[in-house]
Design a protein around this ligand. Structure first.
Ligand code: ATP
Length: 202
């Protein structure tokens, strides 16, 4: 499974529609300071379900929307699309029929963001788990932000452990365990309630 294309519109400095083709092998992005190289990496992290505004160098999640310049007005929405080649059929069963996965995240001012995979509306968690299962994701150690190495050195042990778990590909399992635990707790609460009803009837 490979990323093949990133499309942006209204995302940070990419006010006009832009496409980045990701061919096999190495892809280099070059350009003068401030031209948007890091914004591309942030778009990748964002479409994979990043939820921390700080990791996207913003104060709030809406800061990813083009904020306007002296000669162009601000936009009220941003959209990033990531095309993933699934011809090796390694996607989770739910999406595995398609040869290409088109993952789209869109944010509208005041309305929050939503996600689609091949046109079907999905939860943030579905997108995060899809990429976690593929051994990547918004927090993947393969995506290194400026200053992140220093942060890692100074990080608390549990935060450092999280980075290692992402690298070992078990982050998806941890998220699923948390979800299963919540469902288990709800089922236990229902059982208790049921027992009370049975006790009342006896
Ligand atoms: P460097 O080589 O210095 O690291 P870079 O090529 O990585 O730079 P970025 O940091 O990706 O550049 O882009 C910074 C530019 O993006 C700045 O000009 C900043 O004003 C612009 N920018 C960031 N967020 C927004 C936004 N929400 N709306 C408009 N422009 C934005």
């Amino acid at each position: 499974m490979k990323f093949t294309q990133l499309r942006l519109v209204g995302f940070k400095s990419f006010v006009d529609p832009a496409e980045l083709r990701i061919d096999p092998g190495l892809t280099g992005i070059i350009g003068p300071n401030g031209c948007g190289k890091s914004n591309l990496l942030e778009a990748l992290r964002w479409v994979m379900g990043a939820t921390s505004a700080k990791s996207l160098r913003g104060g709030g999640m809406e800061d990813v929307i083009f904020a306007g310049t002296d000669n162009r007005p601000a936009r009220d929405k941003a959209e990033v699309t990531l095309l993933v080649d699934n011809s090796d059929k390694t996607a989770p069963a739910r999406f595995n029929d398609a040869d290409t996965l088109e993952v789209v995240r869109r944010i509208v001012r005041g309305k929050g963001s939503d996600y689609r995979i091949n046109g079907e509306e999905v939860r943030a968690k579905d997108v995060q788990l899809l990429f976690a299962d593929l051994g990547t994701g918004a927090n993947s150690p393969a995506l290194v932000r400026q200053g992140q190495i220093n942060e890692l050195i100074a990080a608390k042990p549990e935060n450092r452990r999280r980075v290692l778990e992402e690298a070992a590909g078990v982050a998806g399992l941890r998220a699923r365990r948390r979800e299963a635990q919540l469902r288990l707790n709800a089922a236990e609460a229902n059982l208790d309630r049921l027992q009370e009803v049975v006790d009342d009837l006896e």
